[in-house]
Design a protein around this ligand. Structure first.
Ligand code: NAD
Length: 490
């Protein structure tokens, strides 16, 4: 029987009260890896009570001491990178190289949060009025929680956790129930890093655990990453309960290819963006708009690159793309390709109905390229979250920017060009929070906020960097007068 995963509460592993559990599958083989409990509201409540007690001491711990367990965690993450990366590949499907890259981004966020003694400094102004000084200080909120998606189980928890705890909060993670094994491994390292009991906790589960988090009066702030529908739901329920919320949603990322672009570089980078992580990335290129004369060469090279990509089990040598997460996901992606065809698109490279030798039960969809996708077709507007690139064409950069801005999502938009004026105009005019110029996955490094817009983000302060510091702290302004000192004769 598969191992039943545990929660991590009060510095120790605990069995959930859950009556229900789900199988965790390897999407390359459909083999069961473990069983994840669907924790109850009582599990969440127990963890929050422990965290509330731990907060009383943790917020009084000097910030220079609070970052010490993070320094140790960074080293532990680096020492265990291979093991963590293999866990990601086995439960999430991406290639080992992609998993290692993911863990690198996790480590970078820990490093950035180690700068908290500087990052959470306040401001002051002496003599703001006669004999009056004013100070703004940052204080932690209390207990905070993060709810994370399946596609980056090793990285996304680190967009939040290091900043939250370094700022003096106690933190609860509810990872995706589809990829909970990576979190078990991360928390085994959290346990060794020396955080006081109750400061960092893990509760596995699905909707019930999420609702318990959203309704719990002891949780002050909620960070969420997942699909737009769930992001909206989490944002409104958290807000209705008086919590701070930052909710990152889905995406449909357009890329513009100008006739002056370096076509070899553009197609190589775009193939990595569209088909990397099997397209299951919120920063995956999903619609490529070629402008004017760029069309024939770009289309031909994109077809060749897509057809060449080696697909298989992510830990096998030379594999460039793994499976999608589940049988349902594969069926949905293949259904959307068929719908695109019915809506008038031409399937130039068809990734449907193919098997990988030795992994016949795996959820593989090969790279797919659709051409002449009508702007109003579902394929052009819906997040497919699979290895499907839709091609569109525009006569001018104005038309291309209009197509980019005619969509509801705003996670990322990219342009490929060698003309600085085109690049500047694009950067200036596009409605997207993350912009790539000759870059296919414009993922902000940990020292910058992850700036989604539109239907890709609900809230005002984003993940990472100084936005995270602001999100996890509340400001207190002190206006101060000492009459004896002020009336002193000089
Ligand atoms: P999802 O919305 O299905 O699940 C995300 C989390 O919400 C999980 O922890 C899940 O347990 C919980 N959840 C799901 N349905 C719920 C419900 N009805 N009520 C309460 N909780 C619920 O997302 P996913 O499929 O795991 O992840 C893929 C999505 O995440 C894609 O849309 C992708 O674009 C998005 N994503 C966005 C970013 C970003 O930075 N904007 C980053 C990564 C992924």
């Amino acid at each position: 029987m598969a191992e039943r995963l545990q929660n991590f509460v009060d510095g120790a592993w605990r069995t959930s009260n859950a009556a229900q559990a789900l199988d965790v599958l390897n999407p390359a083989s459909a083999k069961v890896l473990a069983e994840v409990p669907l924790s109850t509201a009582k599990d969440v409540n127990d963890a929050v009570e422990v965290a509330e007690r731990a907060f009383l001491e943790w917020r009084r711990t000097p910030v220079v001491d609070r970052v010490q367990p993070l320094f140790r965690l960074k080293t532990l993450l680096e020492e265990n990178r291979e093991d963590l990366s293999l866990a990601i590949t086995n439960e999430c499907g991406k290639t080992l190289a992609e998993s290692k890259g993911e863990m690198q981004r996790a480590v970078e966020n820990v490093e950035t949060a180690c700068g908290m003694p500087t990052m959470m400094q306040g401001t002051n102004c002496e003599d703001i009025a006669s004999g009056i000084d004013e100070h703004m200080i940052r204080q932690p909120l209390g207990v905070v929680a993060a709810i994370t998606p399946f596609n980056f189980p090793g990285m996304i928890p680190f967009w939040f956790m290091p900043y939250a705890v370094a700022a003096g909060n106690c933190f609860l993670l509810k990872p995706s129930e589809r990829v909970p094994i990576t979190s078990q491994k991360i928390f085994a390292l959290v346990q060794r890093a020396g955080f006081p009991k109750g400061v960092v906790q893990l509760v596995n589960g699905g909707r019930d655990a999420v609702n318990a988090i959203l309704d719990h009066p002891g949780i002050r702030a909620v960070s969420f990453v997942g699909s737009t529908a769930t992001a909206k739901y989490v944002y409104s329920r958290a807000a209705a309960n008086g919590k701070r919320a930052q909710c990152q949603g889905g995406a449909k990322n357009p890329v513009v290819v100008m006739p002056d672009a370096d076509m070899e570089m553009t197609t190589r980078i775009l193939a990595d963006s569209a088909f990397g992580c099997a397209g299951q990335r919120c920063l995956a290129a999903s619609v490529a708009i070629s402008v004017g004369e760029a069309r024939p060469k770009f289309t031909e090279q994109m077809m060749a690159t897509a057809s060449r990509r080696k697909v298989g089990y992510g830990a096998a040598p030379d594999v460039e793309m793994g499976p999608v997460i589940s049988a349902e996901s594969k069926a949905r992606i293949e259904g959307l390709i068929a719908k695109g065809e019915r809506d008038g698109a031409r399937v130039l490279v068809d990734g449907r109905g193919r098997k990988v030798e030795g992994f016949e039960d795996g959820y593989f969809v090969m790279p797919t390229v659709l051409d002449d996708v009508p702007p109003d077709a579902e394929t052009a507007r819906t997040e497919i979250f699979g290895p499907v690139l839709s091609l569109m064409h525009a006569g001018t950069i104005e038309e291309a920017i209009a197509l980019v801005n005619g969509r509801s999502y705003g996670n990322m938009a990219c342009i490929f060009t060698t003309d600085g004026a085109h690049a500047r105009r694009f950067r200036y005019e596009v409605n997207a929070g993350n912009v790539g110029i000759n870059v296919g996955v414009a993922a902000p490094m940990s020292t910058f906020p992850f700036s989604g817009w539109g239907e890709s983000f609900f809230g005002d302060l984003h993940a990472q960097a100084h936005h995270a510091v602001e999100f996890y702290t509340q400001t207190k302004v002190v206006v101060e007068r000492w009459p004896k000192e002020w009336s002193r004769k000089f």
